[in-house]
Design a protein around this ligand. Structure first.
Ligand code: CMX
Length: 435
């Protein structure tokens, strides 16, 4: 058994015993009430699952195993002389709740490199699609096609014991994460660079190799990728993509199927696709105004026009957060450190001043502040990755880290099939008259 797998097994076995006795003693305790507003309103705030890898506070934002993003930027191991945290380290932390050493992350980078081969039939699936199929559709189909060699699916069909589910899930999760940069880079080069693919550089880390296979040469872009793939990795379990994976996974479908479903969820404009929508909307603004240096008054009018036309302001608002997203702040800090006077970065910063009071004035928006998607596009454009139809794939590569770690926990803890209750509007009316 490899060192990470052994560590995970020891931790998960201990927690499983603990949860069993905790439920025996306290299983009947109430953790909250559900109002009719929540029943009709997308279950906001209803506690319905456990998710070990991260927790989201409305005011403070995300903590990964107790660490904030600025803390992780300091504490996680770096690559060679790099300044940015390595996603390998975050995966280790999320999976086993221990800060990894330099040696641990180097072992993991090496392990993922060994597991990174994409099956030939997956490339054939991608090549069979209409060439201008959206990159997220290509991504989800590529991922689903790899269920063909799922360790979990194979062992299940051979009669695997329940107590071994975690083992097969760990193998699939490690293989899937290892393959994603190659799959994602293949899609990028196929759609935007005439299929001129770039061989992996096996001496690099997971994020560094991804940047290399995309064809991005600037060392600062590689640093951005290490940070980007770290901060997008997890946002507790209730967000649409993580929750989709959790639901599918609970049927004992393997992680290729559950993660493909998660990516279908991420591809919606109210969730991950917002990162493409933000920069598209900013490009439309600069085109309409005929300048890449719009004044704050011009920006305010453009924002108001967008609202008047019945659309949302992409990159703003959140179902849980009630303050600026620390993932937005981390990207702003990166831009302040690495980038001098970029027109699109300046627009993003001016939007940060202009949008919140306008959204506040509507009197209905619960969170007028920027979310993670408000900033990422301007950074990518700065380094020359301007094909915004691809942006959600980058988000999707990162999100696998949290969702795969959490999937291992779900199987190790033996979490059951998820099956909440629905009611009809007729039931609601009868319930009201009876109460
Ligand atoms: N622009 C305009 N109106 C907004 C808004 C925004 N950015 N955010 C919320 N609102 C509106 C809602 O549409 C809703 O209006 P109606 O009552 O007329 O339907 C009202 O304000 C109340 O919504 P809310 O309770 O504040 O927000 P929700 O929890 O319902 O929705 C979210 C959250 C993210 C879908 C919403 O803020 C939004 O549409 N934002 C823009 C899209 C976006 O950036 N999504 C990315 C989120 C991060 C991610 O998952 O990647």
């Amino acid at each position: 058994m490899d060192r990470l797998k052994q560590k995970f097994y020891d931790k998960a076995s201990a927690l499983k015993v603990e949860i069993k006795s905790l439920l025996k003693e306290h299983g009947a305790k109430t953790v909250g009430e559900v109002t009719l507003k929540q029943v009709f309103g997308g279950a906001r705030g209803v506690k319905t699952m456990t998710w070990e890898t991260s927790a989201l506070d409305p005011n403070e934002g995300i903590r990964f195993r107790g660490y904030t993003i600025p803390e992780l930027r300091e504490a996680l191991p770096k690559w060679k002389n790099g300044k940015e945290p390595l996603p390998e380290g975050l995966f280790w932390l999320m999976l086993v709740d221990e800060m990894p050493t330099q040696e641990d992350v180097e072992w993991l980078a090496d392990e993922w490199e060994k597991r990174s081969t994409i099956p030939a039939h997956t490339y054939a699936v991608l090549e069979a699609l209409a060439p201008d199929t959206h990159p997220m559709t290509q991504f989800t189909m590529g991922i689903a096609s790899m269920n063909y060699d799922s360790v979990f699916a194979k062992r299940y069909s051979e009669g695997m014991k329940k107590s071994d589910y975690w083992d097969a899930t760990y193998e699939d999760a490690m293989n899937l994460i290892a393959r994603l940069p190659k799959l994602a880079a293949y899609i990028y080069r196929k759609v935007y660079h005439n299929g001129e693919h770039i061989e992996a550089d096996t001496s690099l880390d997971w994020a560094g190799n991804y940047a290399h296979m995309l064809g991005m040469k600037d060392a600062d872009f590689t640093s951005l990728m290490r940070l980007y793939l770290t901060i997008h990795a997890d946002h507790e379990g209730g967000n649409a993509s993580a929750h989709t994976a959790h639901l599918i996974n609970s049927t004992l479908a393997d992680v290729y199927l559950s993660y493909s479903g998660a990516m279908d969820s991420l591809a919606g404009p109210l969730h991950g696709l917002a990162n493409q929508e933000v920069i598209k909307w900013i490009f439309e603004m600069t085109k309409q105004l005929g300048t890449t240096k719009p004044s704050k008054d011009q920006i305010a009018k453009y924002v108001q026009d967008t609202l008047d036309s019945g659309r949302v302001i992409p990159g703003y608002g959140h179902a849980v957060l009630r303050k600026p997203d620390p993932r937005f702040t981390a990207q702003k800090t990166f831009a302040q450190e690495y980038i001098k006077d970029d027109d699109y970065v300046n627009i993003v910063w001016n939007l940060f001043e202009v949008v919140p009071p306008i959204l506040d004035s509507l009197g209905k928006v619960k969170n007028p502040w920027p979310n993670v998607d408000a900033h990422s596009g301007a950074l990518l454009v700065h380094y020359g990755l301007k094909e915004y139809g691809y942006y959600t794939v980058l988000f999707g590569v990162s999100r696998a880290l949290g969702v795969m770690a959490a999937s291992c926990w779900s199987r190790a803890l033996g979490l059951p099939l998820e099956r909440p209750k629905s009611v009809t509007s007729k039931w609601v009316k009868e319930f009201i008259s009876a109460s």
